[in-house]
Design a protein around this ligand. Structure first.
Ligand code: NAG
Length: 297
């Protein structure tokens, strides 16, 4: 009896000690957050296209138009940076230093598809915080282009599915930042704080796990959240799978395309940043043109 009561007391103490929920971010904070991601994308494309010339792309097996289109995408990102800098004026943060784990044109393209998808999910997830309607339209206009870029990379270049289903996936601010922050090595100390909490990194044992398979997870659980679940973000839906005492979970069936997975302490929607135990990882469930699509709403 006593240990159980003690556990309950500890559990409620941890609730009291948890950080207060961050206030709703302002439009300025959302634009600063967006500019932070656009700086990252701009540095990513500029660095890769500086490194790999037209011959490097064709030697890697890509048609000549692939690199040329990536130059157009690089120009889009530069334009997004300028646009957001202008909108923010003196509130604009500065660019950071970055590191990107590609080592040839092929791994660059794979990473580009991941980064663009996260960028689009960031705009979609942040849209609910934007109160000024014209700002919302501008953000939606950028989002639409980023999503076209993802569709072009995944289908025309990588010959995979051009979309994931009837709905795009919105992601929370901290969830997105957990996917972007590994690429950021240092930022000017004068930059404003972003409206995010830092989450432990999370990876699955395979980037394309087999639906229905039992997989064993490794992750940090700094606040000893219990029970824990894996949240699989797919379109407007989140599928939850329970994590057992051996840190095993069962990969859901019926997911398609790019899905984002992370450990959470609640299986109830809507999820808040404070429900995230870890950051997210990108999971792929490729499907071919003859597959019946799952309506993941
Ligand atoms: C980026 O790296 C350079 C070279 O290491 C360093 O001089 C500079 O201060 C760094 N900038 C930021 C924003 O951290």
């Amino acid at each position: 009896m006593f240990p159980k009561l003690l556990l309950l007391a500890l559990a409620s103490a941890s609730v009291v000690l948890a950080a207060p929920a961050p206030p709703t971010p302002s439009d300025t904070q959302i634009l600063q957050y967006a500019l932070t991601l656009e700086y990252l994308e701009n540095a990513f494309y500029t660095g890769a296209l500086d490194k790999y010339d037209a011959k490097a792309f064709t030697d890697a097996g890509f048609a000549p138009w692939v690199r040329a289109r990536f130059e157009q995408i690089m120009d889009h990102e530069k334009t997004h940076v300028k646009f957001l800098q202008t909108a923010l004026g003196s509130a604009a943060p500065q660019a950071c230093n970055y590191t990107f784990p590609y080592n040839d044109p092929e791994s660059f393209v794979q990473l580009a598809m991941g980064i663009e998808g996260v960028g689009a999910a960031a705009y979609l997830g942040a849209s609910k915080y934007i109160s000024d309607k014209d700002t919302l339209t501008a953000a939606a206009s950028i989002l639409a282009v980023e999503q076209r870029q993802v569709g072009w990379m995944s289908s025309a270049v990588l010959k995979e599915q051009p979309w994931d289903g009837p709905f795009e996936t919105p992601l929370g601010l901290s969830a997105v930042y957990s996917l972007a922050s590994p690429f950021i090595t240092s930022c000017p100390s004068s930059n404003p704080a972003l409206p995010v909490i830092t989450l432990p990194a999370f990876k699955l044992p395979a980037a394309s796990p087999w639906p229905g398979a039992t997989i064993s997870l490794t992750f940090d659980n700094p606040n000893n959240a219990s029970p824990t679940f894996v949240a699989w973000f797919s379109g407007l839906d989140v599928v939850f799978t329970t994590i057992d005492g051996n840190k095993n979970t069962v990969v859901p069936t019926g997911l398609q395309g790019t899905v984002y997975a992370g450990v959470v302490s609640s299986d109830t929607m809507p999820l808040a940043d404070s429900d995230m135990v870890t950051g997210l990882t990108i999971v792929q469930f490729p499907f071919d043109s003859m597959a019946a699509e799952v309506d993941n709403a």
